[in-house]
Design a binder for this molecule. Structure first.
Ligand SMILES: Nc1ncnc2c1ncn2[C@@H]1O[C@H](COP(=O)(O)OP(=O)(O)O)[C@@H](O)[C@H]1O
Ligand SMILES: [Mg+2]
Length: 466
Protein backbone atom coordinates (compact mmCIF):
# COMPACT_ATOMS: atom_id res chain seq x y z
CA UNK A 1 0.00 0.00 0.00
CA UNK A 2 1.43 3.32 -0.90
CA UNK A 3 1.75 5.90 1.80
CA UNK A 4 1.45 8.79 -0.57
CA UNK A 5 -2.01 10.15 -0.61
CA UNK A 6 -3.72 12.16 -3.25
CA UNK A 7 -5.93 14.89 -1.90
CA UNK A 8 -8.69 15.94 -4.15
CA UNK A 9 -9.74 19.34 -3.03
CA UNK A 10 -10.71 20.16 -6.60
CA UNK A 11 -13.24 17.41 -6.93
CA UNK A 12 -14.74 18.59 -3.69
CA UNK A 13 -15.17 22.09 -5.01
CA UNK A 14 -16.90 20.68 -8.03
CA UNK A 15 -19.35 18.75 -5.93
CA UNK A 16 -20.12 21.82 -3.87
CA UNK A 17 -21.30 23.82 -6.83
CA UNK A 18 -24.47 25.45 -5.63
CA UNK A 19 -27.78 26.23 -7.18
CA UNK A 20 -30.79 27.78 -5.55
CA UNK A 21 -31.83 24.70 -3.66
CA UNK A 22 -34.34 24.17 -0.89
CA UNK A 23 -31.81 25.22 1.73
CA UNK A 24 -29.47 27.52 -0.18
CA UNK A 25 -30.59 30.50 1.90
CA UNK A 26 -29.22 28.87 5.07
CA UNK A 27 -25.74 30.27 5.78
CA UNK A 28 -25.31 29.05 9.33
CA UNK A 29 -27.24 28.57 12.55
CA UNK A 30 -27.50 32.30 13.19
CA UNK A 31 -26.05 32.27 16.71
CA UNK A 32 -23.95 34.90 18.43
CA UNK A 33 -20.62 34.16 20.10
CA UNK A 34 -22.34 33.12 23.30
CA UNK A 35 -24.40 30.65 21.25
CA UNK A 36 -27.57 32.68 21.77
CA UNK A 37 -29.78 32.44 18.70
CA UNK A 38 -30.52 35.72 16.94
CA UNK A 39 -34.19 36.05 15.95
CA UNK A 40 -33.25 36.15 12.29
CA UNK A 41 -29.72 35.69 11.09
CA UNK A 42 -27.77 33.79 8.42
CA UNK A 43 -31.06 32.91 6.73
CA UNK A 44 -32.40 31.25 9.88
CA UNK A 45 -35.61 32.37 11.55
CA UNK A 46 -37.16 31.23 14.83
CA UNK A 47 -36.80 27.62 16.09
CA UNK A 48 -34.56 29.17 18.73
CA UNK A 49 -34.16 26.29 21.16
CA UNK A 50 -33.31 23.74 18.51
CA UNK A 51 -30.81 26.11 16.89
CA UNK A 52 -29.11 26.77 20.18
CA UNK A 53 -28.90 23.05 20.93
CA UNK A 54 -27.44 22.42 17.49
CA UNK A 55 -24.93 25.20 18.13
CA UNK A 56 -23.79 23.59 21.36
CA UNK A 57 -23.16 20.36 19.49
CA UNK A 58 -21.22 22.12 16.75
CA UNK A 59 -19.08 23.79 19.42
CA UNK A 60 -18.35 20.42 21.02
CA UNK A 61 -17.47 18.84 17.70
CA UNK A 62 -15.10 21.70 16.92
CA UNK A 63 -13.39 21.33 20.25
CA UNK A 64 -12.85 17.69 19.29
CA UNK A 65 -14.62 16.77 22.52
CA UNK A 66 -17.20 14.42 21.16
CA UNK A 67 -17.11 11.55 18.76
CA UNK A 68 -19.37 8.60 18.45
CA UNK A 69 -22.36 10.52 19.76
CA UNK A 70 -25.67 10.64 18.08
CA UNK A 71 -28.25 13.39 17.94
CA UNK A 72 -31.82 13.09 16.77
CA UNK A 73 -33.71 16.09 15.41
CA UNK A 74 -37.38 15.20 15.75
CA UNK A 75 -40.38 17.28 14.77
CA UNK A 76 -43.32 17.65 12.40
CA UNK A 77 -42.70 17.99 8.65
CA UNK A 78 -41.50 21.36 7.41
CA UNK A 79 -40.20 22.59 10.75
CA UNK A 80 -36.61 23.04 9.64
CA UNK A 81 -34.96 19.78 10.66
CA UNK A 82 -32.95 19.48 7.49
CA UNK A 83 -32.36 23.22 7.50
CA UNK A 84 -30.80 23.03 10.97
CA UNK A 85 -28.53 20.19 9.88
CA UNK A 86 -27.41 22.32 6.92
CA UNK A 87 -26.78 25.19 9.31
CA UNK A 88 -24.63 22.92 11.45
CA UNK A 89 -22.61 21.92 8.39
CA UNK A 90 -21.85 25.55 7.65
CA UNK A 91 -20.85 26.22 11.23
CA UNK A 92 -18.15 23.56 11.10
CA UNK A 93 -14.67 24.40 9.95
CA UNK A 94 -13.83 23.72 6.32
CA UNK A 95 -11.74 20.69 7.08
CA UNK A 96 -14.36 19.01 9.26
CA UNK A 97 -16.17 16.53 7.04
CA UNK A 98 -19.96 16.72 6.79
CA UNK A 99 -21.74 13.94 4.96
CA UNK A 100 -25.42 13.78 4.11
CA UNK A 101 -27.24 10.55 3.60
CA UNK A 102 -30.91 10.08 2.80
CA UNK A 103 -31.87 6.84 4.48
CA UNK A 104 -33.44 5.44 1.35
CA UNK A 105 -30.10 5.68 -0.49
CA UNK A 106 -28.96 2.74 1.57
CA UNK A 107 -31.39 0.49 -0.24
CA UNK A 108 -30.69 1.61 -3.77
CA UNK A 109 -26.92 1.51 -4.06
CA UNK A 110 -25.28 -1.48 -5.64
CA UNK A 111 -23.83 -2.62 -2.39
CA UNK A 112 -24.96 -4.07 0.89
CA UNK A 113 -26.64 -1.84 3.42
CA UNK A 114 -23.83 -2.18 5.92
CA UNK A 115 -21.21 -1.40 3.28
CA UNK A 116 -23.13 1.74 2.32
CA UNK A 117 -23.30 2.77 5.97
CA UNK A 118 -19.64 1.96 6.55
CA UNK A 119 -18.69 4.15 3.61
CA UNK A 120 -20.87 6.96 4.93
CA UNK A 121 -19.19 6.66 8.34
CA UNK A 122 -15.72 6.74 6.86
CA UNK A 123 -16.56 9.67 4.62
CA UNK A 124 -17.36 11.55 7.81
CA UNK A 125 -14.00 10.98 9.49
CA UNK A 126 -11.19 13.29 8.48
CA UNK A 127 -7.52 12.50 8.80
CA UNK A 128 -5.43 15.62 9.14
CA UNK A 129 -2.04 14.70 7.80
CA UNK A 130 1.09 16.66 8.49
CA UNK A 131 3.86 16.24 6.02
CA UNK A 132 7.29 17.76 5.98
CA UNK A 133 8.60 18.71 2.62
CA UNK A 134 12.02 19.97 1.69
CA UNK A 135 12.09 23.09 -0.36
CA UNK A 136 14.67 25.20 -2.07
CA UNK A 137 13.59 28.81 -1.74
CA UNK A 138 15.49 31.73 -3.15
CA UNK A 139 15.90 34.45 -5.75
CA UNK A 140 16.98 33.37 -9.21
CA UNK A 141 20.24 35.01 -10.19
CA UNK A 142 20.74 33.34 -13.53
CA UNK A 143 19.38 30.51 -15.64
CA UNK A 144 21.73 29.19 -18.23
CA UNK A 145 20.60 26.53 -20.71
CA UNK A 146 22.84 24.64 -23.17
CA UNK A 147 21.07 22.89 -26.01
CA UNK A 148 22.64 19.87 -27.63
CA UNK A 149 23.17 20.00 -31.42
CA UNK A 150 19.91 18.17 -32.13
CA UNK A 151 17.99 20.17 -29.58
CA UNK A 152 16.53 17.04 -28.08
CA UNK A 153 18.31 17.13 -24.78
CA UNK A 154 19.06 20.15 -22.68
CA UNK A 155 21.35 20.74 -19.77
CA UNK A 156 21.78 23.85 -17.78
CA UNK A 157 22.63 25.62 -14.58
CA UNK A 158 20.48 27.54 -12.14
CA UNK A 159 22.10 30.11 -9.89
CA UNK A 160 19.90 30.93 -6.94
CA UNK A 161 20.51 32.94 -3.77
CA UNK A 162 19.21 34.09 -0.43
CA UNK A 163 20.44 37.19 1.33
CA UNK A 164 23.07 34.98 2.96
CA UNK A 165 24.21 32.50 0.35
CA UNK A 166 24.29 31.62 -3.33
CA UNK A 167 24.43 28.16 -4.96
CA UNK A 168 24.55 26.75 -8.46
CA UNK A 169 22.40 23.71 -9.29
CA UNK A 170 22.67 21.50 -12.37
CA UNK A 171 19.48 21.33 -14.35
CA UNK A 172 18.10 18.36 -16.27
CA UNK A 173 15.51 18.29 -19.03
CA UNK A 174 12.58 18.08 -16.70
CA UNK A 175 13.59 21.03 -14.53
CA UNK A 176 14.32 23.19 -17.56
CA UNK A 177 10.85 22.48 -18.92
CA UNK A 178 9.31 23.26 -15.56
CA UNK A 179 11.17 26.58 -15.36
CA UNK A 180 10.07 27.47 -18.88
CA UNK A 181 6.51 26.61 -18.17
CA UNK A 182 6.44 28.88 -15.12
CA UNK A 183 8.27 31.54 -17.16
CA UNK A 184 10.87 31.91 -14.47
CA UNK A 185 13.55 34.49 -15.08
CA UNK A 186 16.36 36.17 -13.21
CA UNK A 187 14.96 38.23 -10.34
CA UNK A 188 12.06 35.88 -9.58
CA UNK A 189 11.71 34.41 -6.11
CA UNK A 190 10.77 30.75 -6.42
CA UNK A 191 10.39 27.57 -4.41
CA UNK A 192 11.29 24.14 -5.71
CA UNK A 193 9.76 21.15 -3.97
CA UNK A 194 12.64 18.70 -3.73
CA UNK A 195 10.50 15.57 -3.77
CA UNK A 196 8.23 16.41 -6.68
CA UNK A 197 10.34 18.99 -8.49
CA UNK A 198 7.38 21.32 -8.55
CA UNK A 199 8.25 24.97 -9.06
CA UNK A 200 6.20 27.81 -7.61
CA UNK A 201 6.80 31.47 -8.38
CA UNK A 202 6.30 33.59 -5.29
CA UNK A 203 6.90 36.93 -7.03
CA UNK A 204 9.64 39.33 -8.13
CA UNK A 205 12.39 40.34 -5.81
CA UNK A 206 12.17 43.92 -4.45
CA UNK A 207 15.78 44.47 -5.47
CA UNK A 208 14.58 44.29 -9.08
CA UNK A 209 11.74 46.72 -8.65
CA UNK A 210 13.64 49.61 -10.24
CA UNK A 211 14.85 47.79 -13.36
CA UNK A 212 11.37 46.74 -14.32
CA UNK A 213 9.29 49.89 -14.40
CA UNK A 214 7.83 48.70 -17.65
CA UNK A 215 6.31 45.58 -16.13
CA UNK A 216 2.59 45.20 -15.65
CA UNK A 217 0.94 46.46 -12.50
CA UNK A 218 -0.08 42.94 -11.51
CA UNK A 219 3.47 41.98 -10.62
CA UNK A 220 3.85 40.98 -7.01
CA UNK A 221 7.04 41.99 -5.28
CA UNK A 222 8.49 39.96 -2.41
CA UNK A 223 11.59 40.05 -0.22
CA UNK A 224 14.58 38.00 -1.15
CA UNK A 225 14.52 35.09 1.34
CA UNK A 226 16.99 35.01 4.22
CA UNK A 227 19.12 32.19 5.61
CA UNK A 228 19.59 28.76 4.13
CA UNK A 229 18.44 27.97 0.63
CA UNK A 230 17.11 24.57 1.68
CA UNK A 231 14.19 24.67 4.07
CA UNK A 232 11.81 22.25 5.68
CA UNK A 233 8.18 23.21 5.60
CA UNK A 234 5.21 21.55 7.19
CA UNK A 235 2.12 21.17 5.05
CA UNK A 236 -1.19 20.02 6.46
CA UNK A 237 -4.07 18.57 4.52
CA UNK A 238 -7.21 16.72 5.46
CA UNK A 239 -8.68 13.77 3.66
CA UNK A 240 -11.48 11.46 4.72
CA UNK A 241 -10.89 7.85 5.67
CA UNK A 242 -13.13 6.87 2.79
CA UNK A 243 -10.96 8.76 0.34
CA UNK A 244 -7.90 6.96 1.63
CA UNK A 245 -9.78 3.65 1.29
CA UNK A 246 -10.73 4.30 -2.29
CA UNK A 247 -7.36 5.59 -3.37
CA UNK A 248 -5.65 2.57 -1.93
CA UNK A 249 -8.04 -0.14 -2.99
CA UNK A 250 -6.27 -1.51 -6.00
CA UNK A 251 -9.37 -2.27 -8.03
CA UNK A 252 -10.65 1.27 -7.88
CA UNK A 253 -7.97 3.90 -7.85
CA UNK A 254 -8.63 7.50 -7.05
CA UNK A 255 -10.51 8.20 -10.26
CA UNK A 256 -13.43 6.41 -8.66
CA UNK A 257 -13.73 9.40 -6.33
CA UNK A 258 -14.78 11.51 -9.28
CA UNK A 259 -17.35 9.10 -10.63
CA UNK A 260 -18.58 8.18 -7.15
CA UNK A 261 -18.63 4.61 -8.41
CA UNK A 262 -16.57 3.10 -5.65
CA UNK A 263 -18.18 -0.31 -5.26
CA UNK A 264 -17.55 -2.35 -2.15
CA UNK A 265 -14.21 -1.97 -0.45
CA UNK A 266 -12.49 -5.02 0.92
CA UNK A 267 -12.23 -5.42 4.66
CA UNK A 268 -8.47 -6.05 4.39
CA UNK A 269 -7.94 -2.69 2.73
CA UNK A 270 -9.76 -0.96 5.57
CA UNK A 271 -7.81 -2.90 8.19
CA UNK A 272 -4.52 -1.91 6.60
CA UNK A 273 -5.58 1.71 6.45
CA UNK A 274 -6.71 1.73 10.07
CA UNK A 275 -3.35 0.31 11.10
CA UNK A 276 -1.48 2.82 8.99
CA UNK A 277 -3.51 5.73 10.32
CA UNK A 278 -2.99 4.71 13.93
CA UNK A 279 0.75 4.45 13.23
CA UNK A 280 0.67 7.97 11.86
CA UNK A 281 -1.20 9.13 14.95
CA UNK A 282 1.39 7.60 17.24
CA UNK A 283 4.19 9.20 15.26
CA UNK A 284 2.41 12.54 15.49
CA UNK A 285 2.03 12.69 11.71
CA UNK A 286 -1.75 12.66 11.69
CA UNK A 287 -4.80 13.61 13.75
CA UNK A 288 -8.29 12.27 13.50
CA UNK A 289 -10.95 14.90 12.82
CA UNK A 290 -14.35 13.43 13.70
CA UNK A 291 -16.91 14.97 11.40
CA UNK A 292 -20.66 14.77 11.10
CA UNK A 293 -22.80 12.18 9.36
CA UNK A 294 -26.33 13.46 8.80
CA UNK A 295 -28.91 10.73 8.19
CA UNK A 296 -32.17 12.27 7.04
CA UNK A 297 -35.54 10.48 7.30
CA UNK A 298 -33.95 7.99 9.64
CA UNK A 299 -37.17 6.02 10.12
CA UNK A 300 -36.51 4.59 6.65
CA UNK A 301 -33.60 2.56 8.02
CA UNK A 302 -34.38 -1.01 9.02
CA UNK A 303 -33.52 -3.09 12.05
CA UNK A 304 -30.24 -4.33 10.54
CA UNK A 305 -29.08 -0.78 9.93
CA UNK A 306 -30.03 0.24 13.46
CA UNK A 307 -28.01 -2.52 15.04
CA UNK A 308 -25.11 -1.61 12.77
CA UNK A 309 -25.38 1.98 14.06
CA UNK A 310 -25.42 0.83 17.66
CA UNK A 311 -22.17 -1.01 17.11
CA UNK A 312 -20.50 1.52 14.84
CA UNK A 313 -21.04 4.39 17.27
CA UNK A 314 -18.80 2.62 19.74
CA UNK A 315 -15.81 2.59 17.42
CA UNK A 316 -13.11 5.00 18.55
CA UNK A 317 -13.06 6.51 15.08
CA UNK A 318 -16.76 7.23 14.87
CA UNK A 319 -18.18 10.54 13.65
CA UNK A 320 -21.00 12.45 15.30
CA UNK A 321 -24.20 11.11 13.79
CA UNK A 322 -27.10 13.53 13.42
CA UNK A 323 -30.40 12.00 12.42
CA UNK A 324 -33.75 13.55 11.56
CA UNK A 325 -37.24 12.16 11.54
CA UNK A 326 -40.82 13.38 11.37
CA UNK A 327 -42.42 10.15 12.54
CA UNK A 328 -44.17 9.55 15.82
CA UNK A 329 -44.63 6.09 17.25
CA UNK A 330 -44.35 3.80 14.28
CA UNK A 331 -43.17 0.45 13.00
CA UNK A 332 -39.49 -0.32 13.14
CA UNK A 333 -38.78 -1.25 9.55
CA UNK A 334 -38.08 -4.96 9.16
CA UNK A 335 -39.92 -5.92 12.35
CA UNK A 336 -43.50 -6.01 13.53
CA UNK A 337 -42.70 -3.88 16.58
CA UNK A 338 -43.52 -0.26 17.14
CA UNK A 339 -41.24 2.30 18.73
CA UNK A 340 -41.02 6.10 19.03
CA UNK A 341 -39.79 7.52 15.68
CA UNK A 342 -39.48 3.95 14.37
CA UNK A 343 -36.12 3.73 16.16
CA UNK A 344 -35.39 0.77 18.48
CA UNK A 345 -35.27 1.85 22.13
CA UNK A 346 -31.69 0.67 22.68
CA UNK A 347 -30.52 3.09 19.99
CA UNK A 348 -32.94 5.77 21.14
CA UNK A 349 -31.34 5.55 24.55
CA UNK A 350 -28.01 6.75 23.10
CA UNK A 351 -29.45 9.79 21.39
CA UNK A 352 -29.54 13.42 22.42
CA UNK A 353 -32.89 14.57 21.14
CA UNK A 354 -33.53 18.05 19.74
CA UNK A 355 -37.14 18.77 18.93
CA UNK A 356 -38.48 21.29 16.47
CA UNK A 357 -41.86 22.96 16.78
CA UNK A 358 -44.29 24.44 14.23
CA UNK A 359 -43.65 28.05 13.21
CA UNK A 360 -45.73 31.07 14.12
CA UNK A 361 -47.34 33.13 11.42
CA UNK A 362 -44.74 35.84 11.85
CA UNK A 363 -41.88 33.38 11.45
CA UNK A 364 -43.43 31.86 8.35
CA UNK A 365 -43.79 35.30 6.86
CA UNK A 366 -40.10 36.06 7.53
CA UNK A 367 -38.92 32.75 6.05
CA UNK A 368 -41.02 33.35 2.94
CA UNK A 369 -39.51 36.83 2.57
CA UNK A 370 -36.02 35.33 2.78
CA UNK A 371 -36.94 32.76 0.14
CA UNK A 372 -38.27 35.47 -2.18
CA UNK A 373 -34.95 37.23 -1.87
CA UNK A 374 -33.01 34.01 -2.44
CA UNK A 375 -35.00 33.23 -5.58
CA UNK A 376 -34.84 36.84 -6.75
CA UNK A 377 -38.60 37.20 -6.80
CA UNK A 378 -40.36 40.53 -6.31
CA UNK A 379 -43.66 40.18 -4.48
CA UNK A 380 -46.27 42.71 -3.38
CA UNK A 381 -47.07 42.93 0.31
CA UNK A 382 -50.61 41.68 -0.25
CA UNK A 383 -49.30 38.65 -2.09
CA UNK A 384 -46.86 38.00 0.74
CA UNK A 385 -49.69 38.15 3.26
CA UNK A 386 -51.73 35.69 1.27
CA UNK A 387 -48.78 33.35 0.86
CA UNK A 388 -48.13 33.50 4.60
CA UNK A 389 -51.74 32.54 5.27
CA UNK A 390 -51.38 29.63 2.89
CA UNK A 391 -48.19 28.66 4.73
CA UNK A 392 -50.00 28.67 8.06
CA UNK A 393 -52.91 26.64 6.80
CA UNK A 394 -51.01 24.13 4.66
CA UNK A 395 -47.28 23.85 5.20
CA UNK A 396 -44.24 26.07 5.00
CA UNK A 397 -42.72 23.90 2.31
CA UNK A 398 -45.80 24.12 0.13
CA UNK A 399 -45.83 27.90 0.44
CA UNK A 400 -42.13 28.05 -0.46
CA UNK A 401 -42.77 25.99 -3.57
CA UNK A 402 -45.50 28.37 -4.69
CA UNK A 403 -42.98 31.24 -4.88
CA UNK A 404 -41.22 29.86 -7.96
CA UNK A 405 -44.44 28.86 -9.66
CA UNK A 406 -46.17 32.17 -8.95
CA UNK A 407 -43.17 34.02 -10.30
CA UNK A 408 -43.43 32.14 -13.60
CA UNK A 409 -47.10 32.98 -13.84
CA UNK A 410 -46.39 36.64 -13.07
CA UNK A 411 -43.70 36.83 -15.70
CA UNK A 412 -46.00 35.27 -18.25
CA UNK A 413 -48.34 38.21 -17.84
CA UNK A 414 -45.32 40.50 -18.01
CA UNK A 415 -45.67 41.78 -14.46
CA UNK A 416 -42.56 42.80 -12.53
CA UNK A 417 -43.86 41.62 -9.17
CA UNK A 418 -45.86 38.64 -8.05
CA UNK A 419 -49.35 39.75 -7.02
CA UNK A 420 -52.33 38.18 -5.29
CA UNK A 421 -53.79 36.91 -8.55
CA UNK A 422 -50.62 34.90 -9.31
CA UNK A 423 -50.66 33.27 -5.89
CA UNK A 424 -54.33 32.40 -6.32
CA UNK A 425 -53.65 30.96 -9.72
CA UNK A 426 -50.89 28.58 -8.60
CA UNK A 427 -52.81 27.72 -5.45
CA UNK A 428 -55.53 26.39 -7.73
CA UNK A 429 -53.02 24.65 -10.01
CA UNK A 430 -51.07 22.77 -7.38
CA UNK A 431 -52.67 20.87 -4.55
CA UNK A 432 -51.28 20.93 -1.06
CA UNK A 433 -51.33 17.78 1.00
CA UNK A 434 -54.77 18.32 2.58
CA UNK A 435 -56.52 18.98 -0.68
CA UNK A 436 -54.65 16.11 -2.27
CA UNK A 437 -55.89 13.74 0.41
CA UNK A 438 -59.39 15.01 -0.17
CA UNK A 439 -58.99 14.49 -3.91
CA UNK A 440 -57.93 10.92 -3.26
CA UNK A 441 -61.02 10.33 -1.22
CA UNK A 442 -63.18 11.76 -3.97
CA UNK A 443 -61.60 10.05 -6.94
CA UNK A 444 -59.93 6.95 -5.55
CA UNK A 445 -61.78 4.59 -7.83
CA UNK A 446 -60.08 6.00 -10.86
CA UNK A 447 -56.52 5.38 -9.64
CA UNK A 448 -54.40 2.24 -9.93
CA UNK A 449 -53.25 0.17 -6.95
CA UNK A 450 -55.51 1.76 -4.43
CA UNK A 451 -56.39 -0.23 -1.39
CA UNK A 452 -59.92 0.95 -0.95
CA UNK A 453 -62.17 -2.09 -0.78
CA UNK A 454 -64.68 -0.90 -3.35
CA UNK A 455 -62.30 -0.70 -6.25
CA UNK A 456 -61.30 -3.24 -8.90
CA UNK A 457 -57.54 -2.80 -8.60
CA UNK A 458 -55.33 -4.44 -11.22
CA UNK A 459 -53.45 -7.56 -10.18
CA UNK A 460 -49.85 -6.76 -9.39
CA UNK A 461 -46.75 -8.49 -8.06
CA UNK A 462 -46.41 -8.66 -4.32
CA UNK A 463 -45.60 -5.12 -3.13
CA UNK A 464 -42.16 -4.37 -1.81
CA UNK A 465 -41.70 -5.17 1.82
CA UNK A 466 -42.02 -1.97 3.79
N1 LIG B 1 -35.92 28.31 10.80
C1 LIG B 1 -35.86 28.42 9.47
N2 LIG B 1 -35.31 29.49 8.90
C2 LIG B 1 -35.26 29.59 7.57
N3 LIG B 1 -35.70 28.68 6.71
C3 LIG B 1 -36.27 27.58 7.21
C4 LIG B 1 -36.36 27.39 8.61
N4 LIG B 1 -36.97 26.22 8.83
C5 LIG B 1 -37.24 25.69 7.62
N5 LIG B 1 -36.81 26.49 6.64
C6 LIG B 1 -36.96 26.22 5.20
O1 LIG B 1 -38.25 25.66 5.01
C7 LIG B 1 -38.22 24.55 4.14
C8 LIG B 1 -38.69 23.30 4.83
O2 LIG B 1 -37.83 23.00 5.92
P1 LIG B 1 -37.05 21.61 6.09
O3 LIG B 1 -35.80 21.86 6.85
O4 LIG B 1 -36.90 20.94 4.79
O5 LIG B 1 -38.12 20.84 6.99
P2 LIG B 1 -38.03 19.37 7.59
O6 LIG B 1 -36.72 18.78 7.25
O7 LIG B 1 -38.24 19.58 9.06
O8 LIG B 1 -39.20 18.64 6.99
C9 LIG B 1 -36.79 24.45 3.64
O9 LIG B 1 -36.67 25.15 2.44
C10 LIG B 1 -36.02 25.13 4.75
O10 LIG B 1 -34.79 25.62 4.26
MG1 LIG C 1 -36.22 17.17 5.99
Amino acid sequence: MSASIVTNSESRDLLRMERVGAHSHIRGLGLDDALEPRASSQGMVGQLKARKAAGVIVRMIEAGKIAGRAVLIAGPPSTGKTAIAMGMAQGLGTDVPFTMLASSEIFSLEMSKTEALTQAFRRSIGVRIKEETELIEGEVVEIQVDRSMTGSSKTGKLTIKTTDMETIYDLGNKMIDALNKEKVMAGDVITIDKASGRITRLGRSFTRARDYDAMGSDVKFVQCPEGELQKRKEVVHTVSLHEIDVINSRTQGFLALFSGDTGEIKAEVRDQINTKVSEWREEGKADIVPGVLFIDEVHMLDIECFSFLNRALEDDMAPVVVMATNRGVTNIRGTKYKSPHGIPVDLLDRLLIISTVPYSEDEISKILAIRCQEEDVEMTDEAKDLLTRIGVETSLRYAIHLITAANLVARKRKATAVDVQDIKRVYMLFLDEKRSVQAMKDYQDQYMFNEAPSSTAMAVDAPMEM
